[in-house]
Design a protein around this ligand. Sequence first.
Ligand code: M6R
Length: 613
Amino acid sequence: MCGIIGYIGGNDVGDILLKGLSRLEYRGYDSAGIVLIEEDGRFDVIKKEGRLYNLVGPVHDRAIKGCVGVGHTRWATHGRPSDVNSHPHGDASGSVWLVHNGIIENYRELSQSLVKKGHRFLSETDSEIIAHLIGDEFSKGEVSLHEAVRRVVSSVRGSYALGIVHRDFPDRIIAARHGSPLIIGIGENENYIASDVPAIMDRTRKVIYLEDGEVAIVKKDSVKVFDLNGNPVNKVPCEVNWSIEEAEKGGYEKFMLKEIFEQPKAVENTIIDRIGPKGKTVTFDDMEFYPQQARKLRRIYIVSCGTAFYAGYTGKYILERLTSIPVEIELASEFRYSDPKLQSDSLVIAVSQSGETADTLASLRMARENGCKVLSIVNVVGSTISRESDWVLYTYAGPEIGVASTKAYVTQLTAFYLFAIYLGEMRGDISSGFASGILDELKNIPGKISKILEHEADIRKCAKSFYKAESALYIGRNFNYPNAMEGALKIKEISYMHAEGYAAGEMKHGPIALIEDNYPVICICTKGKTYEKMISNIREVEARNGQVIAIANNGDSIVREIAHNVIEVPEAMEELSPLLNVVPLQLLAYYVACERGCDIDKPRNLAKSVTVE
Ligand code: M6R
């Protein structure tokens, strides 16, 4: 997630910005930059791909000291990581400079009017458009800088936190926020802006939290905040009394919990911009996968590891439901040593959060050597897998810091729905009515996930009922079979409780032997074509005195009657139910691990990214 810092005051601006950016590193980034402005209007922009230390030398060697500046750590979404795509971005005249966190949905539309006026853009980012728009508005000479910002942000769709400086106005920073966090830090004859509290905690603990739709003028000795209609808003600073570590997690105990709660936004960001104007089609502006390519496909192989493998497994069910293409799901560590009969009309889909997993990368290379095209579903922009793929469908989960993958998983599933609808429509495999029904439901998913998260306390209570168990069984069918495996993986990796994820229909072929008094069985039993079958499985567990923890739809009295514990989730189309049902599984794993006193964000023996075999 991008990080923003801004400073105005009498101290060394470059140094303060670098320190602030280093405190934002935990958010994840691939490039960084700063702009500083001197009182006489001279300015310096230093921005580089890679780690923050790349900026240190140039910032210390610079000719000017500056009295105001803004800095940024970038986590690429639009445009790969590079010096030129790094922030700050300037307007056409090089007067306005800004840093941005968020995604501008209508940036293509907005850029068209600028292109007609002769504007040329240096970067591939959505953010640069905002700098040009502000410069354009301000250059008309009718309005103040903050009024120009207010006008521009009123025309923007999407999310933004913005820090803006102008070389002719070195006495101010303009800050604006909608959907992405931004705070103002209050100092003694100096003030700050930042994405979050840790960036400025060593300098001040007095902060103003900007709300959506607010624009602020931050000077060294004053802060004025306005709403989008230009009316002044009275803001009272609050005192922060958290530790730096607590602040980085935004008030959550662990990164994993924070990331679980970020899922509604992550899904929203992944579908944003990809659903056509009437909500009936999928468009990939960022991926040129043409209809003729969709039509000629005869087979799909999905390769991945760990959680990404289970996302791929669900992807198989999704693709086979929405298209006529047969799909094979393969563990990358096996695929790379197997003899798949790859042909030029096969497509290999590599799924990876990090884009760096060694086995997935090796599988991708093998597929390409055998004449196959590769599409990757990746979270980290510019990662090796994304660079070596023929097409990339990015998930916009933002950086995932907890070792246990959560928001990456739901966005990988989301990407599969989008791609399957796209293929299904292109090939004439599904009707547009069916496609738009799924898309409508997909748009409702973030709200439904939020509803589940509201019942976090009940899920915690449920975790307490079985956290002492030595082992647990997770069962599901059809679309929710991979979810059962994912639920079991989650609890295994962070709580060290042994768990098995099984297709419920396989129970009688072995695992039912495990069930004895109070043995926990987590049953995914939401409405769909295998619902009755799942009810029978629950009865089988109950008959052997197992402890049934069921994930069921709101108000399901049948399940409530037979299960010991029920975690309710909103109803959804069966095809989309994995997106909801996995959320309680993540929270169950999280709270079992809490009860067992485990180091949740850094489980033993595990690394976030497995870049060796
Ligand atoms: O970065 P990737 O998605 O390629 O990583 C794949 C697995 O290593 C990863 O999903 C792992 O299983 C997670 N720790 C699961 O929570």
